[in-house]
Design a protein around this ligand. Structure first.
Ligand code: GAR
Length: 201
């Protein structure tokens, strides 16, 4: 069984969806650790409620991003984590950290990458007036939301809908897609060749 760590800065609805899927045995992996860079992250509470080890690692205790990431990497290695899942983790990871876990870090982003990377993906797409948006699960490389795409699904925008309903629809999609991607990883069904991620039998 693969050992999974989830890094989350905020509300943790994706974490919740992952834990729900795990409890329904839809993920052949186990979330063993949740880490946040914010003390008040609801994600930590959600982990605590389910008896999952959870840590607040305070960025203010470290001189710079490198040292923060060094500490993160040490914890993840000591927990023998096989997969690092970013679920609304709002810090840019350093190249050192990414190199420490090659093709073992995945992220979910609320747009159809490579469109609208970075923060506020939903807002950016909405402001641009797109007709279709969606979400993307991808491996993390050293660029901004630029690694090989694992799964991606679209939602058409409804004319004159508010950004709130669009957010709800994209997040519902995220909650369905992320557990599927994590399960594929845990069952070793993902093979990456260059930019392309294949799902193998
Ligand atoms: C999610 O919508 C995720 O796609 C986004 O943060 C939200 C976290 O929600 N991530 C990014 O924008 C990363 N660039 P959650 O805390 O409820 O899971």
């Amino acid at each position: 069984m693969k050992r999974v760590a989830v890094l989350a800065s905020g509300f943790g609805s994706n974490l919740e969806a992952i834990l729900e899927a795990q409890s329904r045995a839809e993920i052949q992996g186990k979330v063993v650790l949740v880490i946040s860079d914010r003390r008040d992250a609801k994600a930590l509470e959600r982990a605590e409620k389910r008896g999952i080890k959870n840590l607040f690692i305070d960025p203010r205790n470290y001189d710079d991003r490198e040292n923060y990431d060094l500490a993160l990497a040490e914890i993840l290695k000591s927990e023998e984590v096989d997969l690092v899942v970013l679920a609304g983790f709002m810090r840019l990871l350093t190249p050192y950290f990414i190199k420490s876990f090659p093709l073992k870090i995945i992220n979910i982003h609320p747009s159809l990458l490579p469109s609208f990377p970075g923060t506020d993906g939903i807002e950016q797409a909405y402001a641009h007036g797109v007709k279709v948006s969606g979400c993307t699960v991808h491996f993390v490389d050293e660029g901004l939301d630029s690694g090989p795409i694992i799964l991606q699904e679209s939602v058409p925008l409804i004319q004159e809908e508010s950004i709130e309903t669009l957010k709800q629809r994209i997040q519902a999609l995220e909650h369905r897609l992320y557990p599927i991607a994590i399960d594929l990883f845990c069952r070793e069904k993902l093979q990456v060749n260059g930019r392309r991620c294949y799902i193998v039998e």
